[in-house]
Design a binder for this molecule. Structure first.
Ligand SMILES: NC(=O)C1=CN([C@@H]2O[C@H](COP(=O)(O)OP(=O)(O)OC[C@H]3O[C@@H](n4cnc5c(N)ncnc54)[C@H](O)[C@@H]3O)[C@@H](O)[C@H]2O)C=CC1
Ligand SMILES: O=C(O)CCC(=O)C(=O)O
Length: 411
């Protein structure tokens, strides 16, 4: 199912649950602004290459719009739109003073050299610089981008507006980035998983985990879960998948994967078919790569008891129905991966204050935020007698609707 169709379908179900006024419902669904720009750069060999960049600013009722920038060949307007919408609900679920946005460029970052990536990022920033800003829209890393990408955006933006570290988050620490942001999404996934398992009388220790995606989010989640006593029995990425029932050596896999740009060829386990990774036997499945990977084709074969959505929209609504009938508990993306944007908020606050927190404070504030978010989410589920996805969505949508009404935009 198309990402935008799926996100909108879930939103409408939450709006119905909340009894939202139909005009407000419509206005919450339509993005505030959709930007599409042409980005042409000279390649290193002197030839020209053109790419299309997007920034969808979905909603700003609760504050500046916030969300990552993705570099991936499959970036398209509908997907960016869906991801921007999810950011609006995510920042509200985390109770951060932000709205939602998302951006991306349709490109394969693995096929571009570092200097080509820098030129592409700078051209994109030149095209959108007057529409982003510390108090309007604050980008961050997502798939295919990282702290270096944010450093280039910050530098290019600052040529137009003066030095403004708070215009992006997920920056290098040397440029005003926050300690703990690099690991924040994976750490948030750990805290979210601990909260969920404890609700079911379990701890991380002794549980078997399967993780799809071994980039920023997947590798940090794996490392922290292993440190907390969990057994990561299979991991996959774009290069392949690897399994070891006794538990993979995660530090070894991180070293292998960063040297070779992927998990393929790791000797500490058996290579498996990446298509079978999601249906491997485990207690907790953590999708941490692309959207739409759990769908009506494979949902019936999922053997995990819990799914913790580290990726954005990994499960489509048809799969949700199948999983719910099977009794699989799904912790939704807009809560489970909100650790990243939460520490982005801490980074932005530090930039505005001009004061740096130590890493212990960042991690302990993150834990407090994630635990509070889980309690809020559970209360919403109890109030509406619904599952976790609808609980999270109605929590987020309700907060955005209230802000819109207070600002005089709603019914
Ligand atoms: N970076 C962040 O702070 C946040 C990221 N997310 C979400 O987490 C997910 C992962 O993001 P990052 O780790 O930042 O990206 P990344 O670019 O660091 O890593 C992406 C990983 O996915 C793998 N992958 C790509 N295509 C695949 C495929 N077809 N099959 C299997 N694996 C594949 C890559 O090999 C890589 O291991 C995305 O859905 C992103 O939107 C969500 C919240 C915050
Ligand atoms: O850190 C941020 O501002 C947003 C990260 C992001 O894109 C996401 O949570 O999906």
């Amino acid at each position: 199912m198309n990402a935008l169709t799926a996100a909108s379908r879930n939103f409408k179900e939450a709006a119905k649950l909340l009894g939202l006024d139909s005009k407000l419902e419509k206005s919450l669904l339509i993005p505030f602004r959709e930007i599409k720009v042409e980005c042409t750069i000279p390649r290193d060999d002197g030839t020209l290459a053109s790419f299309v960049g997007f920034r969808v600013q979905h909603d700003n009722a609760r504050g500046p719009m916030k969300g990552g920038i993705r570099y991936h060949p499959k970036v398209d307007p509908d997907e960016v739109n869906a991801l921007a919408q999810l950011m609006t609900w995510k920042t509200a679920v985390a109770n951060l003073p932000y709205g939602g946005a998302k951006g991306g460029i349709g490109c394969d970052p693995g096929e571009l050299t570092r200097s080509e990536l820098e030129r592409l990022t700078r051209v994109f920033t030149q095209k959108i610089h007057d529409l982003i800003g510390v108090h309007t829209d604050v980008p961050a890393p997502d798939m295919g981008t990282n702290s270096q990408t944010m450093a280039w955006i910050l530098d290019e933006y600052s040529k137009f507006h003066g030095y403004s570290p708070g215009v992006v988050t997920g920056k290098p620490v040397d440029l005003g980035g926050s300690l703990g942001r690099e690991s924040a999404t994976g750490r948030g996934v750990l805290y979210a998983t601990q909260a969920l398992l404890s609700e079911h009388g379990k701890t991380i220790s002794g549980q078997r985990f399967v993780i799809q995606g071994f980039g920023n989010v997947g590798s940090w989640a794996a490392r922290l879960i292993e440190e907390a006593g969990g057994r990561v029995v299979a991991v996959g990425d774009i290069t392949g998948a690897i399994k070891n029932g006794g538990g993979l050596d995660i530090p070894g896999l991180i070293e292998h994967s960063s040297g070779r740009q992927g998990v393929n060829g790791f000797q500490g386990g058996d290579q498996i078919d990446p298509d079978e990774l999601l249906t491997e036997d485990c207690d907790v499945l953590i999708p941490a790569a692309l959207g739409g990977v759990i769908n009506r084709e494979n949902a019936k074969d999922i053997r995990a008891k819990f799914i913790v959505e580290a990726a954005n929209h990994p499960t489509d609504p048809e799969a949700d129905e199948i999983l719910s009938k099977k009794g699989v508990v799904v912790l939704p993306d807009i809560f489970a991966n909100s650790g990243g944007v939460t520490v982005s908020y801490f980074e932005w606050v530090q930039n505005i204050q001009g004061f740096m927190w130590d890493e212990e404070k960042v991690n302990s504030e993150l834990r407090t935020h994630m635990n509070r978010g889980f309690q809020d989410l559970k209360e919403m589920c109890e109030t509406h007698g619904c599952g976790l996805r609808m609980g999270a969505l109605s929590l987020g949508v309700n907060r955005v609707a209230r802000a819109s009404i207070l600002r005089g935009w709603g019914a």
